[in-house]
Every structure is written in structure tokens, then in C-alpha cells.
Design a protein around this ligand. Structure first.
Ligand SMILES: [Zn+2]
Length: 100
């Protein structure tokens, strides 16, 4: 069932219009002021936001899974690379200092 979002040219309010079919010819009116002077809004932001909403509805553990995934990223443990470095006392002699 297609859902369209219309923006009222008179009061700027958004109205969701549910159509029974694509070929439906029902005239949408503003839910706020009743005006028929509407324009259909198409924004990619609205689409991607609804995608995230759908993911959250599919999996109630969404945030726990995000947290678990973030724990495995390098940013979660900034000291990891320092711990892997050779301790200063255990480093081999690099030889005489270089004269610049
Ligand atoms: Zn309106």
C-alpha cells in the first residue's frame, strides 16, 4: 500500500496519505487546515530514516548488537597498539645515533 507525504502550501503541515492502490485518484486534503493545496514531498532522508526505524522494529536487541559490534572496533581500545609495542627496556640496540 503506497504511502505519500504531502506538505500543505497554506500552513506547511505534513499529511500522510495512504492510498489503496497506485491508480487511486482520491484528492488529499491537509489534516491540519483542510486545504487541498498540497504538494507531494519526496526526500531521500525520509526514506533512509524509515529504513532505520524498520530495522529497530525487526530486532528489539538492535542497540545491544550495535554496542557489541562497537566493542570490536580499534576505537573501543585506543591503548591496544601501545600494549603491542616492545617495552623500552627490551628493545635491541639500534646502533650509534644518526648525525643529521
Ligand atoms: Zn494546511
Amino acid at each position: 500500500m503506497p504511502v505519500y507525504v504531502y506538505r500543505c502550501r497554506r500552513c506547511e503541515a505534513s499529511t500522510d496519505v495512504f492510498l489503496r492502490s497506485v491508480s487511486s485518484t482520491s484528492e488529499p486534503v491537509c489534516a491540519s487546515c483542510g486545504s487541498a493545496d498540497l504538494e507531494r514531498t519526496v526526500t531521500s532522508f525520509a526514506v533512509s530514516k524509515s529504513e532505520i526505524d524498520r530495522l529497530q522494529q525487526l530486532d528489539p536487541k538492535y542497540y545491544k548488537k550495535v554496542d557489541a559490534a562497537m566493542r570490536n572496533t580499534p576505537e573501543a581500545d585506543p591503548m591496544r597498539h601501545l600494549k603491542q609495542m616492545t617495552p623500552f627496556g627490551a628493545a635491541s640496540d639500534p646502533g650509534p645515533p644518526i648525525d643529521f
